[in-house]
Design a protein around this ligand. Structure first.
Ligand code: C2E
Ligand code: CA
Ligand code: CA
Length: 632
């Protein structure tokens, strides 16, 4: 009996420590923590009763036999209830709802019978009884208690196995360990009949459970002390599944990179810590997460809380931060999503946050953007396109339209620009600006480029006579198509595969690529040049080109961006600017294409300035193959 007491006391200490540790720990409320709390409390009571029963047996005196009998009966009644409760938990967490199946019915009946038998035991002594001289004795029915417990162990394991798709390998591993520990302890208990280890095994199992699957401390972001992305993932999906109302504020500290560069990354870290702390202070909650390097998410359960916090967070970011006595502006994009539960999936919610942030144009002060129906619609549209795009690439659902470019000098069309088109069965034509952008972000653009180049090659091959009247076909290349190693050769090979002359092609490259990556895409440019493919600098004047870098590249043609054209007919300054650039570029030996001319007035001006070619709706919109062939 002595070791029983020792084991039970240590088990009790373990459980109490665990409970203390768990309750005082910063944690989020979710099903996991709730279940763990219940299990912890139930186990604590079980172990306590185990201890009481051992004490009652040890200190048995015939004089107070009734007292001991009642205490032990209460303990055993609890012993009978416990497996039943655990089983019910397993069934409920499997989500079988209110439907009661046959097995559960039988279990209820069996448990009730056992409870009644235990009460009858007060007079029958079937489970246990006291002998005036030798004290406590197990009755012939005692073994039923073991069989009963075993039955439930099997049932709970069965329920868990049924649920195994929802459990990852890690969780299954932990559960197995607990069952093994508890099983071993019960085995020893059954074998020796007097070393009672089941409570101790339970306590050990709980420690395991706590250390491995329920330890929020593992999911704290080491820099800022708030919860990390991994914890957010688990927690938020449960919230979304339950469809309880919640509201989200995302704070993106978009200047972090610059701050790190200017002040050093330790200052950047300090600023992040300040933000994390302040977000927790303002919201008075632990529901703050750092999901990426510079992005924090705060979850609120009520709308009034949300409104108040959003305002306070905004005010906080409008004031400069102070690090080591120095004032530093650290603006943020603050996104608010009311009723975030409507997003249903975590990845959709996070993508929506990203989308909201992307809507904020270049800025250097704090901006607040709140989700509304219009923005949400835009997001859903993009998602739909994104989804469709993968399908479109697989099935090659694209088309090419050709926009003729007019040669002023000879008053005829001299070249064509190939422009991609994509039609959605329900949504209609998807503008290339939209799907090209998405394709670039999704890493699909190179594939689309290949499909389209093949399509253009096929078209030219079938109608080679059009090449008698035009010089070449212009084909757009996105940055990633130029930067992907070896891709330039793949493009060239396709042209050769069709037996076409590379001189039939002119690739269009935007000025920003030429600027940003002048080093890395030199190889591609060289390949094109060696193969005899022409190059055109596209969208000239739309970004911030590094002219020095751009002009080193072997372009034949410079295409003036459409935006430069706005106002040339009514704004003297705009006109002077346009004309001057045309002059400079022509003096440097480039041919000039003016893009986007829609009126006769514009075309007349461009002609008078000596622009070589004009591309615009005034002459022709982009045309499908058939219509283009009619034109020639
Ligand atoms: P971009 O290369 O600047 O192409 C010219 C765009 O200006 C085309 O838009 C054309 O329809 C439009 N445009 C031409 N003349 C006029 C005019 O007079 N008025 C107005 N308002 N617009 C005019 P589109 O076809 O919608 O293409 C948009 C952009 O999508 C293209 O701009 C290009 O950057 C990209 N893109 C299209 N097809 C491809 C492709 O196959 N590959 C890649 N990488 N990008 C493509
Ligand atoms: Ca173009
Ligand atoms: Ca352009």
């Amino acid at each position: 009996m002595r070791y029983n007491i020792n084991f039970q006391i240590s088990a009790l200490i373990i459980v109490v420590l665990l409970l203390h540790h768990f309750v005082t720990r910063k944690k989020l409320h979710n099903a996991n923590t709730k279940i763990f709390t219940y299990v912890l409390i139930l186990s604590g009571i079980y172990i306590l009763f185990d201890l009481i029963s051992t004490l009652a047996i040890m200190s048995y005196e015939p004089a107070c036999e009734n007292m001991a009998l009642i205490i032990l009966t209460v303990v055993y009644l609890f012993d009978i209830m416990l497996p039943y409760i655990l089983y019910c938990c397993a069934v409920v967490s499997r989500g079988q709802g209110k439907k009661i199946d046959g097995v559960s019915m039988i279990c209820t009946v069996v448990t009730v019978i056992m409870l009644i038998l235990m009460l009858i035991n007060l007079t029958s002594g079937w489970f246990f009884y006291f002998d005036q001289s030798t004290g406590y004795h197990r009755g012939s029915g005692y073994v039923m208690l073991y069989i009963y417990a075993l039955l439930y162990i099997v049932l709970v394991i069965h329920q868990t196995l049924k649920k195994r798709e929802d459990l990852n390998v890690h969780k299954m591993g932990v559960l197995t360990e607990i069952v093994v520990i508890e099983g071993l302890c019960m085995g020893v208990e059954l074998y020796t009949q007097h070393v009672m280890l089941s409570g101790f095994g339970l306590a050990l199992g709980l420690v395991f459970l706590y250390l491995t699957m329920n330890n929020p401390g593992d999911f704290i972001d080491s820099t800022t002390g708030v919860f990390d992305k991994q914890y957010f993932d688990n927690w938020i999906q449960e919230k979304l599944d339950k469809r309880t109302e919640f509201h989200l504020i995302a704070v993106e500290a978009f200047m972090l990179k610059q701050i790190n560069k200017v002040y050093g990354s330790s200052v950047g870290d300090q600023l992040l810590v300040q933000i994390a702390r302040e977000l927790q202070n303002i919201t008075g909650s632990v529901q703050v997460f750092r999901t990426t390097g510079n992005c924090f998410l705060v979850i609120m359960d009520s709308l009034t809380e949300y409104e108040r916090n959003r305002q306070q967070i905004e005010e906080y970011f409008r004031e400069p931060f102070i690090v080591d006595g120095e004032k530093i502006d650290f603006p943020a994009v603050i996104c608010g999503i009311i009723n975030s539960e409507k997003m249903e999936q975590e990845d959709v919610l996070l993508a929506y946050v990203e989308y909201l942030v992307s809507l904020v144009k270049h800025t250097d002060e704090t901006v607040v953007i709140q989700s509304d129906d219009r923005i949400l619609e835009g997001f859903r549209y993009e998602k739909e396109v994104e989804h469709f795009l993968k399908n479109a690439v697989e099935k090659d659902l694209f088309e090419v339209y050709y926009q003729p470019v007019y040669w002023i000098k000879e008053e005829r069309y001299i070249t064509l620009e190939a422009l991609s088109r994509l039609k959605h069965p329900n949504m209609g034509m998807i503008p290339p600006d939209v799907f090209i952008g998405i394709a670039e972000r999704q890493g699909l653009i190179a594939q689309i480029g290949l499909l389209q180049l093949r399509r253009v090659c096929r078209f030219i091959k079938e109608n080679e006579h059009i090449m008698d009247s035009i010089r070449n076909v212009k084909f757009n290349l996105s940055p990633s198509e130029l930067l992907k190693p070896g891709h330039s050769q793949v493009l060239i090979d396709i042209i050769k595969e069709f037996g076409l002359s590379p001189a039939y092609f002119q690739f269009e490259i935007t000025e920003t690529v030429a600027t940003e990556y002048s080093e890395s895409f030199c190889k591609a440019v060289e390949d094109f040049q060696n193969a005899g493919i022409g190059l055109c600098l596209d969208d000239f004047g739309s970004g911030y080109a590094n002219l020095n870098a751009v002009l080193k590249l072997p372009f034949d043609v410079v295409k003036m961006d459409r935006s430069l054209l706005t106002g040339i007919t009514c704004d003297e300054q705009a006109a002077i600017f346009y004309r001057s650039i045309v002059m400079v570029m022509q003096n440097m030996g480039y041919m000039i294409v003016a893009e986007g001319a829609e009126t006769e007035e514009e075309v007349n001006l461009l002609r008078s300035w000596g622009v070589d070619m004009v591309q615009g709706y005034y002459f022709s919109r982009p045309l499908p193959e058939k219509e283009l062939l009619k034109l020639f």
